[in-house]
Each structure stands twice: as structure tokens, then as C-alpha cells.
Design a protein around this ligand. Sequence first.
Ligand SMILES: C[S@@+](CC[C@H](N)C(=O)[O-])C[C@H]1O[C@@H](n2cnc3c(N)ncnc32)[C@H](O)[C@@H]1O
Ligand SMILES: [Zn+2]
Length: 370
Amino acid sequence: MDQITDDFPKLMEAIESARYAHSDGMGAFMCFMAVRLLAMHRVLKPTGSIYLHCDPTASHYLKAVMDAVFGWKNFRNEIAWCYRGGGVPRDGFGKKHDLIFRYSKGKAATFNVDAVRIPYSEDSAQRLKYKAKAFTSSGTYDNYEQNPKGKHPEDWWIMQPIMPSAKERLGYPTQKPLSLYERIVKASSNEGDVVLDPFCGCATTLVAAERLKRRWVGVDIWEKAHETVIRRLQREGLEGPRGSVGEALPFYGKIHYAKEPPERTDDGETAAPFLRVKERVKEPEGPKWSRQDMYDHLLNQNGMKCQGCDRDFDDPRYLELDHNTPRADGGINHISNRILLCSPCNRAKSNVFTLSGLRRHNKKMGWMAK
Ligand SMILES: C[S@@+](CC[C@H](N)C(=O)[O-])C[C@H]1O[C@@H](n2cnc3c(N)ncnc32)[C@H](O)[C@@H]1O
Ligand SMILES: [Zn+2]
């Protein structure tokens, strides 16, 4: 959390806004997601995409968090997964779609439209029969002419969820249909690429990946997850040549399984470095102080006085830890660049003033302590 507060101020704002608008619980959920999404951003390849399936109560907050982590320019699609059936509320429209956000790491994102084309509806086939052929001279197809490979799919997908009686069902309440994940994997990866599902549950993503000859990584916190994955692969007939899933998979050999998190090989590189506040001055060596350490140190040194307006307080809760030179201007997180400000001073200083700039501003406005 310290790192998010100091290095990803936009992300912190997105988390805080969920907390203010909804509840502390929603804020906590956004924190939980934020640290994981930062990690996902870090490991995503330049050609990769991430698909985030959201609950409608949280999707709008999650989109802001995704914008802060992946960059709003890398927002690619908001997919409405539509379905029928189940109950409807008496006092409103039936809630029959889920949202899936697609973000990419950058401009080079893989998108194989030909792998996910869908049949034209009979309606449009009839209509299009009579349209001019002139549009195809460039070899591109648009709404006026049918592409023989099929229609470019929209961002709304009609796919039935798994019904309680379905053969595919494993008794997992949140199990998703395989066809949903197959479309995602086909569209955004190529054979041999790696597909990662950090909440892999009963392994639907992994089955889709294996079937489509992608390599895959599944992560789940549930201790039986490993067995579930193996059983699911067996059920789907994805045994290796020697007839044992544990031994070999058809395409990429053995499954590796570990309870310990893998060791990082990137020397602790920070997540989303392009979103991170730039540091122009290198931080001095030495043990890192926590925000609390710095706060206590400054209280000890200056008492409960705001360094922006010189007001004295009788309770440390009025004082907030801030930077002298703003982070946006290359100020470091080190104690040598830290100050305690009252809330109005902190707001006025924002990312604009240095401490001396703030004090000049306060004098001009008549906001200094009398
Ligand atoms: C919604 S299910 C995924 C179902 C999957 N999409 C499918 O259709 O097969 C969510 C999974 O996330 C796992 N999970 C929950 N919290 C987690 C965490 N902090 N880290 C990793 N996995 C977690 C749960 O154990 C559960 O298996
Ligand atoms: Zn003040």
C-alpha cells in the first residue's frame, strides 16, 4: 500500500474514489485487485491482452483501476457477455449480461479476427445480397459486403452460461463456458503463446489454452486447486501420450506444480514503470523507512505543526505525510523530502507547489497562522 500511495498516485485516487462512493469494503476490494493487476501488467508481454471479468457492482470502479494500471490508451473493449434464463427482479429489467474488460499492454497487441469470426445472420445475408460489389476492390470488407470467412464479431457476445444440468458442469458455482474462454484465447494469442489465469478455479481457461495448443499457467489459492486442474484435464481427454496427465500433456509435456511462488528473475523490477512517478534524483542507499516511521520522525522533530501554514494542532490526525518537492517533479520518497501538512495545505499544495511555493501561496492568500 505504501508503494501504491507514493508511486502510483492515479491508482490510489481510483481506489479512494471507490471507497468514498461505495464503501470501505469496496475500497479494500480495489486494493486487493490493484496489487494483483499491477503484477499482471508486469508479466504481460508487449503483444498480450488481459481480460477482466467483473461483477456489475464493482465493474465501474474496476475500470478506473484498470485505466490507472494499464493506461486509458490501452483500453480495447468492454465486452458484454449476454445470456438468457434464470430469475428476473420484479421491479426492474432482468440482469442478463456480465462485463469483460479487455486491455492490452500496448499498440502491438495480438488480435486474430479471422480466428473468431462468426456466421452472418440470415437477415443480413439477405440484405447484403443486393449491395454493390464495388466496395471490395481494396480487398477489405465492411458492412456492405460479406467476408467469406465470416462476420467480424461485435463487443456483445451471446453465450449461454453453464446450466446446473449441463454435461460440462463440474459443480463449481462460478464455472464459465469453455466457448467463452476459447474465443478469448483464439483472439488474443497464437499457438505456443502463454496464457495465464491467476484465479483459475476449475481450469476452464487452462483447458481452452491446452486445446488450442497454447502453453498455460494457472494460479489458485485453494489448496485442492492442483488436483482439480488435473482431474479436469483428464475429463476433457487431454492426457499425454503416456496416458497420464501428470506425466505429459499432448503439446508441451509435463505439468509443473509448486506451492511456493516462483522466484522472480527480473531483479525486482517495479510494476507498470511507465505509470510510475519518475524519480530524477536517486534515493540514498540504506534501509527503507515505512510511511509510519517517517510520520513519527517528523512529529518528533516538528511537533504537531503544519509546515505549510504554521498552525498548531492538538491531535496528529490533522497532519498528513507529503513530499516537499512533488513526486511529479522528481521528488523522492526519502525522509529528506518529507513534510507534514494539514489537510487544506495538502490539498492546496497538491502536485503543484514545493513547500516554499506553498508557503508563498498561503501568505498571498492570507492563510498563514496568525
Ligand atoms: C470464480 S473462480 C474461477 C472459475 C474459472 N473462471 C472457471 O470458470 O473455471 C475463482 C477462483 O479464484 C480463487 N481465488 C480466490 N482468491 C484468490 C487469490 N487471492 N489468489 C488466487 N486465487 C484466488 C478461488 O479459489 C476460485 O477457485
Ligand atoms: Zn496547513
